[in-house]
Design a protein around this ligand. Sequence first.
Ligand code: PLP
Length: 375
Amino acid sequence: MIYLDNAATTKASRAAVNCMIDYGETAYFNPSAGYAQALAVKKELQNAAAILAGLLGANREEIIFTSCATESNNWAFECGLKNKKGNVVVSAMEHASVYESAMRLKSRGADVRFIPLDKSGHVTEDALLSVIDGNTAFVSIIHCSNETGCVNDIGSLCAAAKAVSPKLVFHADGVQAFCKIPTDVHASGVDLYSVSAHKVGGYKGVGALYVKKGFNMQPYMAGGGQQDGRRSGTENVGGIVGFAAAAAEYKEKARAFAVLGLRERLASKFAGLSGVKINGDGANSGYILSLSFDGLRGEVLANMVEQRGVLIGLGSACSTHVRSNRVLSAMGVADAYAAGSVRLSFSPDTTEEEALDAADIILSAAKELKEKIHG
Ligand code: PLP
């Protein structure tokens, strides 16, 4: 089996698995209890926060653990909006957990505006400036697209937005960027930044939100007052400690992966072929290759490829009846291509041999499909 759906989730690292066992069977104490064993567990949580903070360019106290990045993103929208009268600006390339959070605010009467994308699949400063104004209260722009791997320069975008509306809150969804591309939340100036464990070798159901020091973020989860009252709920200790261990390991491996240039090599196998489009130009994480095949159905192609031992993704926003892709459409990808899109996504453990074998399998499956359809 060749697994090329790492943007959906990654295999858990051995360190993360060991943490689940250790904190499940041995150090299973509630970190909020008062005895020494529990205090030791609490220390481990603080250590995990320090490790993640180091990877993000933050301070330990600025990291709050959540149940997933979907929670982190929802929290940002529900509690990060201080000026309730101001408008809310999000890009047209957001993950569903941001997009739907914005739509929920809109359904409550908020003025929600979308930043258009350029053809390369990025948010430009000009596009941002075309929708914000002095009354913008909240901006959310994804750091790296889960559809195309396109990377936005959130530091420049944040500075440009704050120059227009200095009090606005800037949130970035960093799920597909974290540990893959350089991330320095302090340098970029963002107020809130979401990450998820299972995209970097941690467990599913663990995430975090970076909240800039001094930002008075109201809790989303009410309850026992864990994490200094900022996020109630007994912490998923094994998952959190494993998240930190996995992320540190992932970042280390990511250096060697970057040198490999796997995405570009793979892309060159598809470039220039008639009826095939590579979605997204320019700055890319190197971990996602989005391809569109004119006139084919992405799910049929993915199914065929699966029969031949290769697991690939479809990207998001697909239903069994209508296959449209909000993000690709926003980049100007024609419907006939968008419907035939598939997503190949890598981890630092993906080998060149696997990726090139997968490319051959995808190409021959696409050719067969085309012949079936067009004779
Ligand atoms: N944001 C992005 C960009 C993602 O790719 C994902 C997961 O697919 C999420 C948010 C949601 O993460 P989680 O699965 O931890 O809720």
